[in-house]
Design a protein around this ligand. Structure first.
Ligand code: FMN
Length: 192
């Protein structure tokens, strides 16, 4: 079951924007992050929740979408995310966030997928501009933005071909293809 959930939890970048994601759903997802591991149990992450069209529209311009899809400028109006969770690092708790935000992000996205939602981690963020837009106090570092909504695209996993190309791509039908390396290519043999 976990295998299926992870396999279905692909990065989704086109949504049914008319579908509303409730704030209570975002809180449930942050609850999953709250229960996730944290280095030295410092728990330095904080979260901004957005599920109203005004705040969503303010966040959207600061995000970079699918850089491998050179001819695609990102989701058009009507297919943009219905919600965002912005993962912040609270520098009053720690200066080093390790990989806490990656773990939290995956917990949130798996929880979203379990609820028939989907999302995408966005690391390419115009951080200074987004900070200014949200009047975010300097104690918070913007670590990741999670875009969330009802998925409106088909995504399939392909094996990485012999040429080794790992770039995701979109076919003529609009299906998004994600090449994944074979398990046998990931496990490094050792000998004593
Ligand atoms: C740390 C991190 C940052 C990412 N940043 C972006 C981003 O800025 N924009 C984007 O469209 N996708 C972003 N992604 C999504 C990746 O492109 C995606 O994970 C990859 O293409 C594999 O697809 P999959 O998530 O469906 O397996 C990010 C993923 C991770 C883990």
């Amino acid at each position: 079951m976990l295998h299926d959930l992870i396999a279905r939890s692909r990065s989704c970048r086109r949504f049914d924007e008319a579908f509303a994601v409730e704030r209570s759903t975002l809180e449930e997802l942050v609850e999953l992050a709250r229960l996730s591991p944290s280095a030295a149990n410092l728990q330095p992450l904080k979260y901004i929740l957005s599920c109203d069209s005004e705040t969503n529209a303010a966040i959207f311009p600061h995000l970079t979408w699918a850089t491998y899809l050179r001819d695609w400028p990102g989701p058009a109006e009507g297919e943009r995310p219905s919600a965002y969770i912005i993962i912040l690092g609270d520098t009053k708790v720690s200066r080093n966030f390790g990989c806490d935000h990656g773990i939290a992000a995956q917990s949130i996205l798996l929880g979203a997928r379990e609820r028939d939602l989907a999302g995408c981690m966005i690391g390419l963020v115009a951080r200074d501009d987004l900070r200014e837009t949200l009047s975010l106090p300097s104690r918070y570092e913007i670590l990741l933005v999670l875009a969330l909504g009802k998925p409106a695209e088909e995504i399939v996993i392909d094996p990485v071909g012999a040429e080794g190309n790992i770039k995701y791509w979109r076919d003529e039908q609009g299906v998004h293809h994600v090449p994944k390396r074979a398990l046998s290519d990931l496990i490094v043999p050792t000998s004593l």
